[in-house]
Ligand binder design. Structure first.
Ligand SMILES: Cc1cc2nc3c(=O)[nH]c(=O)nc-3n(C[C@H](O)[C@H](O)[C@H](O)COP(=O)(O)OP(=O)(O)OC[C@H]3O[C@@H](n4cnc5c(N)ncnc54)[C@H](O)[C@@H]3O)c2cc1C
Length: 380
């Protein structure tokens, strides 16, 4: 199913994850530090530019290539995988898809190189699943947008190499009384933008997540991304695609749980034999493989539909829903197979267990995916 180019990419990222990420990521996770050196090397490998055209510094690949890279990274570590996913699919993609030529030429080459990370600020303290509840506002004044409000849980928004945050803000009211929402680029360091200290998170501890406050933040009118009032439609598209990437991340984590479980089941001795010779353990592993394989097919199919230009909304939601839920199941089972050692932070499965839960929440909760699927089937 994969082309020779994608197999090469898969192999390259797999080796990178095993050789470069695996030895050091546990320490970053424990110390909650951002892995700048790993990110720099991911940039050198061209991972941040994978789906973008060469004229903007990209690699000329496509969204599926990005997903393959994300899956391979997540097989070893999810913090690194979400850093790539958020930088590309949430940070750079809105500018690539909807930005002006000047915005693309200004920002994309740095973002494709990995020297600069972008973030996407949609969620607010009072508006997550219900993004229409956005309260952050942007008002025109003296040739600038003046932005006020706050955003919650924004990935990649506070690293030393974060260059911009594209925020959604209310820019008016429509005739039917609903909010008109637009996307606006806010460069890091703009006066009035406050990046709160890192959250203390359950998982993704080597990734960067902050709450942001906007107090009369002024940016040029040209920082509008795409048409005014199209912000809602833009982020719906970005999130539809993003679900395929999160599905790939979940499949990677599920596969990592399986890899670690096979190794452990074949070496851990109990009652004079390896634990994998017990059918109850072997069957857990068989089920982990079955779930992972099926989830992978789901995201491959959603990505293929998207690349063919077909409708892929429902398939992306199905892939995201299924793979995030099986990732949680695989993580729980992998920990069980590891016994007490699975509860120790030195074992990768402990990290995978902590990292799995957010997959059922970020970029649309499982409930939101079920709503999307049911609506698409005409029953909600
Ligand atoms: C580590 C992390 C990183 C993140 N990164 C980003 C980022 O980079 N950019 C960004 O914009 N956001 C980001 N998010 C935010 C994330 O997308 C939201 O947390 C998510 O969309 C859920 O929103 P919420 O937390 O406000 O939960 P809520 O929307 O308040 O939901 C709470 C619960 O109610 C359920 N619920 C809500 N409405 C309904 C309904 N109508 N029917 C049934 N159930 C419902 C939800 O499914 C959920 O179970 C991140 C979050 C985390 C934790």
């Amino acid at each position: 199913m994969l082309t020779p180019e994608l197999v090469l990419l898969q192999t390259t990222v797999r080796e990178f994850a095993n050789d470069v990420v695996a030895p050091v990521i546990g320490a970053h996770y424990e110390e909650r530090t951002f892995p700048y050196e790993i990110v720099r090397q991911m940039g050198d490998l061209g991972l941040f530019g994978l789906p973008f055209s060469e004229e903007y510094g990209g690699g000329g690949g496509d969204y599926f290539a990005l997903c393959i890279a994300i899956e391979e990274l997540a097989r070893v570590d999810s913090s690194v995988a979400i850093t790539l996913e958020a930088a590309v699919s949430l940070g750079a993609m809105p500018i690539y898809r909807f930005g002006t030529e000047e915005q693309k030429r200004t920002y994309l080459p740095e973002m494709c190189s990995g020297r600069m990370l972008g973030a996407f600020g949609l969620t607010e303290p009072g508006a997550g699943s219900d993004a229409g509840g956005t309260r952050t506002s942007a008002v025109r004044s003296a040739g600038e947008w003046v932005i006020n409000g706050s955003k919650a849980f924004i990935t990649n928004s506070g690293t030393d190499i974060t260059g911009l945050i594209t925020v959604t803000a209310v820019t008016g009211t429509r005739a039917d009384g609903t909010k008109e929402i637009s996307s606006i680029i806010v460069p890091s360091g703009t006066p009035g933008l406050t990046v709160a200290p890192s959250y203390s998170k359950v998982g993704w501890n080597a990734s960067d997540t902050h709450e942001l406050a906007f107090d009369n933040v002024r940016v040029p009118l040209e920082n509008l991304v795409g048409e005014e009032g199209r912000g809602f439609a833009q982020f719906l598209r970005i999130l539809d695609e993003g679900r395929i990437a999160i599905s790939a991340l979940a499949v990677g984590l599920a596969q990592g749980c399986l890899d670690e479980s096979v190794k452990y089941a074949n070496t851990r001795m109990a009652f004079g034999r390896t634990i994998g010779t017990n059918q109850s353990i072997a069957f857990k592993i068989a089920d982990m493989e079955t779930r992972t394989y099926t989830a992978r097919l789901a995201y491959y199919d959603a990505a293929a539909r998207m690349l063919r230009g077909e409708d892929f909304k429902r398939q992306a939601a199905v892939a995201k829903l299924f793979s995030s839920e099986i990732a949680v199941t695989n993580a729980r089972e992998a920990t069980q197979i590891h016994g007490g050692y699975g509860f120790m932070n030195e074992y990768p499965v402990s990290r995978m267990w902590r990292d799995s839960k957010i997959l059922e929440i970020g970029e649309g909760t499982s409930e939101v995916q079920r709503m999307l699927i049911a609506r698409d089937l005409g029953v909600l």
